[in-house]
Design a protein around this ligand. Structure first.
Ligand code: FES
Ligand code: FE2
Length: 426
C-alpha cells in the first residue's frame, strides 16, 4: 500500500507537507500485469459505440493497450493489437475487407479472431500464416456498444445480461453517450459511493451551503449486494419516506435512479434512470459510456444533461463546478496518502476495501469474488426510488432511526428478490 503524508497540525506549516506520496498502485494501475489491471481483465468492458464502426478502422486505448477496432465486410467486429504482426505498422491505416483487415504496408490480412489470412509477399508454399496468430480479443455487441473481453481465454465470463437491459414494455434504452475523463478510473468510481457530495457540489449554483443542504439530506447506508454494493439514501417528505438506491456493479459500473421525487404517494421501486460503464484507457485517462432509460420505443441519442467536459468557459466552471471539475482536479491519479477520510467517506472506504479484496483474489491466482452473472434469468440490479408511508416519529432522533430502518427494509426486500420493481421511471 502507498505511504501516507504526515498529519499536519501546524498553522502556516505548508513546509512540512510538501511531499506527495505515490498513488495507491494496487487500486489504480490498470496496465497488463498489474494487480488491478489483471482484475479488470476478468470482465467485459465497452470500448466503442457500434455506430462509430464505419468503413474506417478505429484506434482505441483500453487498460493501457493500444488496439484497433473494425467491422469487416461481413459485419463481424474485430478488436486486434494495433501494431501489425509483420513489422508494426498501425492497423488504423489498414484496409477493411470482407474477412478482416489488411495492413497498408505489405498487405498482411488479419481476421477478427487474429488468424493471419494472407501474407501476400511470402512464397506460395509458406506456412508462416498458418502458424502465427495476431493478438485479438473476443467481442460482444449489445445495445449499441462493442464490448471486449481482454483477460485469459480460459477465464472468460458469460456476458452479463442485467434485468434493466430489457426494461418494461414502453421503455427503451437510449443510444450510448460517451464522456472523456482525463483522470484515473478510481476517482470517478469513488464518486458513485459518495452521495454526500450532492449536498454541496450540486447545490453551489443555488447558493446553499453544505450545512443547510445536509440538514434535509436524510440518512445514508451502504450495503453489499450480490453484484457489488449499494448506497441507500433515505429522506423524509411529509408523511412519506423516500428511499433512493444506487448501484455500484463490479468492477466499474454505476447505475442511478432519478434524483427527484415528489413522494406524495407510496410506490414500489422504480426503474433506474441511467447506467454507465467507466473504462480506463490507461492510468490517467478514462471513458464513460452511458445508456439512459426513457419512455418510448426508439433509441435516440441520449443527452444526459450534465456538462461532463470542458465545454463551459473556465470562469463559469470555477463559479459553478460540477462532477467533472471535482473529480478530474483530484490530480491525474488521486493520492490516497494525502486524503483525510471522514464520516461522509464510509462508502468510499467500503468500495476500495471491496475492490482490494477482489484484486487480491485474482493476484493470488483465483477469480474475482464478485462477478455479476445470470443464474435463472437476467442479473438483478437495485438502483431505484421507492416511497413508503411512515408517520413522523415523536423525536427527530427516533425519526432518523425509523428512516434508516425503512431504507434497510426496502433495500433488503430488493436484495432478497421479494420487492420487485414497477415498470415506471418515477
Ligand atoms: S508491417 Fe504490416 S504487412 Fe508489413
Ligand atoms: Fe455528482
Amino acid at each position: 500500500m502507498a505511504t501516507r503524508a504526515p498529519f499536519l497540525n501546524q498553522r502556516y506549516g505548508g513546509y512540512y507537507h510538501r511531499d506527495v506520496p505515490s498513488p495507491d498502485e494496487e487500486l489504480t494501475s490498470v496496465g497488463p500485469g498489474t494487480p488491478c489491471g489483471e482484475y479488470l481483465r476478468r470482465f467485459w468492458h465497452p470500448i466503442i459505440e457500434s455506430e462509430a464502426l464505419t468503413d474506417l478502422p478505429k484506434r482505441v486505448k483500453v487498460l493501457g493497450e493500444e488496439l484497433v477496432v473494425f467491422r469487416n465486410g461481413s459485419g463481424d467486429v474485430g478488436v486486434l493489437e494495433l501494431h501489425c504482426s509483420h513489422r508494426g505498422t498501425s492497423l488504423e491505416y489498414g484496409q477493411i475487407e470482407s474477412t478482416g483487415i489488411r495492413c497498408c504496408y505489405h498487405g498482411w490480412l488479419f481476421g477478427v479472431d487474429g488468424a493471419v489470412l494472407d501474407t501476400p509477399g511470402e512464397p506460395e508454399d509458406s506456412t508462416f500464416k498458418d502458424r502465427l496468430c495476431h493478438g485479438a480479443y473476443p467481442v460482444t455487441e449489445y445495445k449499441g456498444l462493442v464490448f471486449a473481453y481482454m483477460g485469459p481465454p480460459e477465464s472468460q465470463p458469460d456476458f452479463p445480461m442485467y434485468d434493466i437491459f430489457n426494461p418494461a414494455p414502453g421503455y427503451c434504452l437510449s443510444k450510448p453517450a460517451r464522456e472523456y475523463w482525463p483522470c484515473n478510473w478510481l476517482q470517478v468510481k469513488d464518486n458513485c459511493m459518495d452521495p454526500a457530495h450532492t449536498a454541496f457540489l450540486h447545490t453551489i449554483e443555488f447558493g446553499h451551503g453544505f450545512t443547510e443542504a445536509f440538514k434535509e439530506f436524510g440518512q445514508l447506508d451502504f450495503m453489499e449486494s450480490p453484484i457489488g454494493m449499494i448506497y441507500v439514501h433515505t429522506r423524509r417528505i411529509g408523511e412519506h419516506v423516500w428511499v433512493r438506491i444506487t448501484d455500484f456493479i463490479a468492477p466499474t459500473i454505476h447505475q442511478i435512479a432519478i434524483n427527484t421525487e415528489e413522494a406524495t404517494a407510496e410506490h414500489p421501486p422504480t426503474l433506474p434512470w441511467v447506467i454507465f460503464w467507466l473504462v480506463p484507457a490507461d492510468d490517467t485517462e478514462s471513458f464513460a459510456f452511458k445508456l439512459r432509460f426513457y419512455p418510448g420505443d426508439e433509441p435516440v441519442v441520449s443527452g444526459i444533461g450534465f456538462a461532463m467536459d470542458e465545454s463551459r468557459p473556465y470562469p463559469e466552471r470555477q463559479r459553478v463546478p460540477g462532477d467533472y471539475e471535482a473529480q478530474t482536479s483530484q490530480r491525474k491519479i488521486a493520492v490516497h496518502g494525502l486524503e483525510h477520510l471522514g464520516d461522509t467517506d464510509r462508502g468510499i472506504i467500503a468500495l476500495r476495501r471491496m475492490l482490494r479484496r477482489n484484486i487480491r483474489a485474482v493476484a493470488d491466482g483465483g477469480s474475482p469474488m464478485i462477478v455479476p452473472k445470470s443464474v435463472d434469468g437476467p442479473v438483478p440490479t437495485y438502483a431505484s426510488n421507492t416511497v413508503v408511508q411512515v408517520p413522523v416519529a415523536a423525536t427527530p432522533e427516533e425519526d432518523k432511526r425509523i428512516m434508516k430502518e425503512t431504507g434497510r427494509k426496502v433495500a433488503q426486500g430488493m436484495l432478497d428478490g421479494v420487492l420487485p420493481r414497477s415498470s415506471s421511471l418515477s
